[in-house]
Write a protein that binds this ligand. Structure first.
Ligand code: GTP
Length: 599
């Protein structure tokens, strides 16, 4: 395949507008997967993705399509040329836009999918600009035209007024009924330029993604920008200087299919004997060791919005968690990991995530894919603290703070969203920056709010007050000064570092009260009295007690029935699994989770 017969494209959209369904249909249409293969959403491979119905990881698949050179789909097989098309599916949720920009780096064009009834939404705007800034050819696809409430003309007008996309350029499709799908691939071939690389230049490959396979070791997804890669070639990493021999090379069609070679412009996989996942740096440039090359631009590093501690739950050990985190971060390079220790929870990790959903998904994947049992601590956004001597420190863990720092700067997030939610934003200390109309029914607003106010349950509240009609997206803004305090939680007089939070001074009293009330609900009575306190420095601002009682599950068994007794003991053991003993108090995992909802 010479580069002019290759097209690399991506599908971008707001969440739920039908990207994954459309990707499936295109794979079926080209015979890459069988029609009705019994597995909805082929590219959503992870268990979390199937369960939650969202795409978390960008996946790549290669397909072949016959078309004549000017992009019209023809039946005359003799005149038809065969094109190699690489489709990169991307996640739609705001937390995963890092994956989107990564995928776009390997593409020359994108299908911008918009729901024909819902129209342009916040992530349509964000994703459009990601693609636009990367100079990609953009093909607007108005999907779900089979819906009774579909209004493609209105969506065409929105696309024109927001992005200057011509109504005549819009494709109309239903990924559900198949209507209009036959125009999609010919438009890709016609309107998206071939990859620009040079086959005669020394090899340059962009490392797009990597994961660990039990049998093959580290598998890297790569885009060959210049030159040609063959099995057996000796390559080096521009970032680390390490050298490797390519043991296997091929395409994802859609399973790993060895081809022995990857040509200029192709996207595929390599296995090169990288031993540790740390060696496979996403965004790195790989080249033949006999040439030195100018490294490719790579990706913007991920910006972490939320930090949380991850600790082994009782009964599972640190080494197992360490191993699981190492393997998983290979597949999700956007998580930052540093070791930390907590006096309450022992040895563990401080991890940085792109958002709360991302944090949840990472947690779930650790459990589902690696069998790790994890306790995660109350998440926090990053802060910069300025001490009275003028020195500054970035803080990702509230426990690391002295009790009362003098002045503080707080990270703010820029927020774009649509809908009548001004009250919500002012309650969360927001400042309006922009207010405009997309058409007679839809408004577009931009706010600046403290990041903490967004990561804590903002999305759910926004959805509920607008009956799901508003969507939002955010990008980070600069740090701003704010009056913050560290709020400690004490159990039986002992501060629990893993439960410390940072809050605005004016909210401290209320948050402290809610925290102790929540904790009281979640801590079972134990054999002794437990006092729960919230404090700022030495000053206790709220207090609750859980009175002593032995929780005797056998009390109702009247001694007789042994199997019933055994069953109940099993059940009790089960219930204890996710407990973490802090001092002498057993805390269930839910308590940590509930704490984060207090804002
Ligand atoms: P994420 O992967 O979470 O980003 O979502 P997505 O954009 O990939 O959306 P997905 O393909 O999962 O589709 C969302 C829902 O819309 C699913 O329930 C699909 O069955 C449905 N859907 C997709 N295309 C169409 C269509 O053309 N018509 C109708 N009526 N429903 C569709």
């Amino acid at each position: 395949y010479p580069p002019d017969k290759i097209r690399n494209f991506s599908i971008i959209a707001h969440v739920d507008h039908g990207k994954s369904t459309l990707a499936d249909r295109l794979l079926e249409l080209t015979g890459t997967i069988k029609r009705g293969h019994g597995q909805p959403q082929y590219l959503d491979k992870l268990q979390v993705e199937r369960e939650r119905g969202i795409t978390v990881k960008a996946q790549t698949a290669t397909m072949f399509h016959k078309c004549n050179n000017n992009g019209s789909d023809i039946n005359d097989v003799d005149k038809a040329a065969k094109f190699l098309l690489n489709l990169i599916d991307t996640p739609g949720h705001v937390d995963f836009s890092y994956e989107v920009s990564r995928s776009l780096a390997a593409c020359q064009g994108a299908l911008l999918v918009v729901d024909a009834a819902q129209g342009v939404q916040a992530q349509t705007v964000a994703n459009f600009y990601l693609a636009f800034e990367s100079n990609l050819a953009i093909i607007p696809v108005i999907n779900k035209i089979d819906q009774p409430t579909a209004d493609p003309d209105r969506v065409k007008a929105q696309l024109k007024s927001m992005f200057d996309l011509e109504p005549s350029d819009c494709l109309l499709t239903s990924a559900k009924t198949g209507l209009g799908l036959e125009q999609v691939l010919p438009s890709v071939i016609k309107r998206i330029p071939p990859p620009p690389g040079n086959s005669n230049s020394p090899l340059r490959m962009l490392l797009l993604d990597s994961y660990y396979d039990e049998y093959k070791g580290v598998i890297c997804h790569v885009a060959v920008v210049d030159g040609v890669l063959r099995k057996g070639d000796k390559i080096s990493s521009a970032a680390t200087g390490h050298a490797y021999e390519v043991a296997d090379v091929g395409i994802m069609h859609p399973e790993l299919t060895p081809t022995g070679v990857l040509l200029t412009g192709q996207v595929g996989y390599i296995v090169s004997g990288m031993r540790s996942t740390k060696e496979a740096r996403v965004g790195d440039t790989l080249h033949h060791n006999r040439f030195s090359v100018e490294p490719l631009p790579g990706f913007k590093p991920a910006r972490h919005m939320v930090f949380s501690g991850l600790y082994p739950a009782d009964g599972s050990d640190f080494d197992a968690l360490n191993h699981a985190i190492e393997r998983l971060t290979c597949n999700d390079a956007s998580v930052s990991v540093t070791k930390e220790s907590s006096s309450a929870l022992g040895l563990g990790f401080r991890c940085g995530f792109l958002g709360l959903l991302h944090m949840d998904v990472f947690h779930q994947r650790l459990e589902q894919e690696y069998g790790a049992h994890v306790i995660s601590t109350v998440p926090t956004v990053p802060y910069i603290f300025e001490y009275s001597d003028g020195s500054k420190a970035q803080v990702q863990n509230p426990a690391a703070l002295p009790s009362n720092p003098k002045t503080e700067l707080q990270l703010a997030g820029n927020l774009q969203y649509v809908g009548p939610v001004i009250t919500l934003c002012s309650a969360r200390r927001g400042q309006q920056l922009e207010y405009s109309f997309m058409d007679s029914q839809r408004a577009f607003m931009k706010y600046r709010l403290p990041l903490r106010e967004i990561v804590v349950d903002f999305y759910n509240e926004l959805k509920s007050i607008t009956s799901g009609y508003a969507s939002f997206d955010y990008e980070d803004s600069e740090y701003q000064e704010s009056d913050l305090v560290k709020l400690d939680v004490l159990l039986n007089g002992q501060p629990v570092d893993a439960m410390a939070t940072i809050v605005h001074k004016l909210k401290a009293q209320r948050v402290g009260r809610e925290l102790v009330e929540k904790l009281k609900k979640f801590i079972d009575r134990q054999m002794f009295e437990i006092t729960i306190q919230a404090a700022i420095g030495a000053k206790v601002i709220a207090r609750e007690t859980v009175s002593a009682m032995r929780k005797n599950v056998l009390a109702k068994c009247y001694g007789g029935d042994v199997t019933r007794k055994k069953k109940l003991l099993e059940k009790q053991k089960e219930g204890k699994k996710r407990m973490k003993r802090i001092g002498s108090v057993d805390i269930p995992q839910e308590a940590f989770h509930e704490l984060l909802k207090v804002s």
